[in-house]
Ligand binder design. Structure first.
Ligand code: HEC
Length: 181
């Protein structure tokens, strides 16, 4: 009789112990599951937030310019004054020296990173292509955004008339500038 009762008590204790261990495991797994799910969700939100920001930045960087219209009424003499913003870093005359940036004589239509003597950043060397009018408008409008990681520490010319005058000046600092029509 006594033995039987002891057995019952022992059995009951075992059962309680089993339930405790089982439910702890269960709860831990459950929480793990929830927190990893939360973690994932957070990642997704962060990623889409960044994408959105990038999209906005891109929209700002890629402004549309009506280049033939802008250049048809542009004035290279006025553009020479705009180029004063550049002369601390660039020379424009033929055979002029590299400064903080490369000499820019004949830049329109030349290869990106055109100078054989200037040490360009990897970003600029990796860009490829030629400086056609559209590329120059975009780059000088917003240098940092247009070629991320390039080393030209300049905020950009934001007024499109000034920008057009400046590019008309660049046309004049050229042996044979390509047509913009
Ligand atoms: C604070 C110095 C600085 C100023 C101001 C500056 N630039 Fe630059 N520019 C640079 C540097 C440095 C590079 C080379 C960038 C690199 O290698 O990443 C460069 C590169 C360029 C290039 C590409 C040249 C090539 O060979 O591909 C153009 C075009 C250019 N600049 C135009 C201008 C114009 C136009 C202005 C004025 C509106 C201007 N920059 C103002 C420093 C400057």
């Amino acid at each position: 009789m006594k033995n039987l009762e002891l057995n019952k008590i022992f059995g009951a204790l075992l059962l309680v112990a089993f339930v405790i261990v089982f439910s702890q495991n269960f709860i831990e797994h459950f929480y793990d599951h929830i927190s990893s799910e939360k973690g994932e969700r957070k990642d997704i939100i962060v990623a889409s937030g960044d994408n959105k920001k990038d999209a906005v930045v891109e929209a700002v960087a890629e402004k549309t310019f009506d280049i033939p219209v802008l250049l048809a009424s542009a004035d290279g003499e006025l553009g020479k004054k705009v180029a004063n913003k550049c002369t601390s870093c660039h020379s424009f005359e033929k055979g002029g020296p590299d400064k903080v940036g490369p000499n820019l004589y004949g830049i329109i239509g030349s290869n990106v990173a055109h100078s054989a003597t200037f040490k360009y950043s990897e970003a600029m060397k990796g860009k490829g292509g030629q400086w056609n009018y559209a590329e120059l408008f975009q780059y000088i409008y917003n240098p940092k955004k247009y070629i991320p990681g390039n080393r030209m520490a300049f905020g950009g010319v934001k007024d499109e008339k000034e920008l057009a005058n400046l590019i008309a000046y660049l046309r004049s600092m050229h042996d044979n500038a390509p047509s913009f029509q």
